[in-house]
Design a protein around this ligand. Structure first.
Ligand code: SF4
Length: 332
């Protein structure tokens, strides 16, 4: 069908990584993927809900939740039930659903490259066929994915069911010219990115989202190399401040990918946050350069540095100092 060789698939995530750091491609470290695992559980529940033929029955829904979500911790189980409820609200129970939906695969025959867009289910409506993508995160179908899908299938409508937002979004269809332009740029980027040596390392901020940090000596760590056995956790300044109040609250976003609760001000980045950030960098930089970093973690010197930075208010132990102390294994 495509000549002698099957087209090489272009993966958008890999393309981004290839451009940032060729060495980050390859088998990743064995890191937890809570978002992916949650997505799989929700997908299983949706398939069961349609397949078991009692979509209106509350008992059937409760049974599905018990069977598929009971091994999750209570917080994540709650999230899964919310996502499943959102799906049932957004999707008509009596619609006929086809779970053998084919991915949209666009093939560039000149370059022998392909780009595929996964679709979870298809629905036949009065106005035509909908190809549905189930989304449990914040981002929907990108314009590149939309271009690839619509260039492959001109008749269907691509729909994102955004469970976390309780919303259904019809993905805009680019014009044929725009679609071709978008895909041409992606395939050109791919051609440029694969030229050169795949194993060259380009460390930078993107190391923090690299899937294989434990295999790379360039991963920025304080005090020592990372071996292949090392389990690393990225702790942001915000998490550090939270350590003083609740270790779970600090750990959930880092380990389990629990989304921020914006209603509780988790997104705040006020001047206090900035002050904490600058103080953190000053202290860590001094500690890295010092022969003996111990005194820098002394609570008294941290306290006086804090009061100098925070003005003339009453002295109290800030979340930053408590968190830094906890991280360093010292109590006040
Ligand atoms: S940790 Fe950084 S330098 Fe190492 S492979 Fe990943 S992105 Fe590249």
């Amino acid at each position: 069908m495509y000549g002698h060789e099957a087209p090489e698939p272009v993966r958008l995530w890999d393309l981004d990584r290839m451009e940032l750091c060729p060495a980050s491609l390859g088998p990743g470290s064995q890191l937890a993927k809570p978002q992916l695992e949650r997505w799989k559980s929700v997908h299983q529940a949706i398939v069961a809900w349609h397949a078991e033929g009692e979509p209106e029955s509350e008992a059937a829904v409760a049974d599905i939740c018990d069977r598929l979500f009971s091994f999750w911790d209570p917080v994540q189980r709650h999230m899964l039930e919310d996502l499943f409820t959102a799906y049932r609200r957004l999707h008509p129970a009596d619609s006929t659903v086809d779970f053998d939906a084919q991915s949209g695969v666009f093939v560039d025959t000149d370059r022998n490259l392909s780009l595929s867009v996964g679709v979870q289910l298809e629905v036949q409506t009065e106005i035509g066929r909908e190809a549905v993508r189930i989304k449990t995160g914040r981002s929907g179908t990108s314009r590149v994915e939309a271009a690839a899908y619509y260039m492959h299938d001109e008749k269907s409508t691509l729909v994102d069911v955004m469970l976390a937002h309780d919303d259904r979004v019809n993905v805009p269809r680019p014009t044929s010219e725009d679609g071709q332009q978008i895909l041409s740029e992606i395939f050109d980027r791919h051609a440029l990115a694969i030229v050169g040596q795949r194993r060259v390392r380009h460390p930078g901020l993107h190391c923090y989202s690299c899937p294989r940090p434990a295999r790379c000596g360039q991963y920025p760590t304080i005090g020592g190399d990372v071996s292949y056995r090392t389990r690393t956790v990225r702790v942001s300044k915000t998490h550090l401040a939270k350590l003083a109040h609740c270790h779970r609250s600090a750990g959930w976003p880092a380990l389990y990918g629990i989304p921020k609760d914006e209603s509780r001000g988790d997104d705040e980045d006020d001047s206090h946050g900035l002050r904490v950030g600058s103080r953190f960098h000053t202290t860590i930089a001094a500690a890295l350069l010092a022969d003996d970093p111990e005194p820098l973690f002394d609570m008294n010197s941290l306290q006086s540095s804090s009061s100098m930075n925070e003005g003339s208010g009453p002295r109290s132990r800030s979340p930053f100092m408590s968190g830094l102390s906890a991280l360093h294994g010292r109590d006040s």
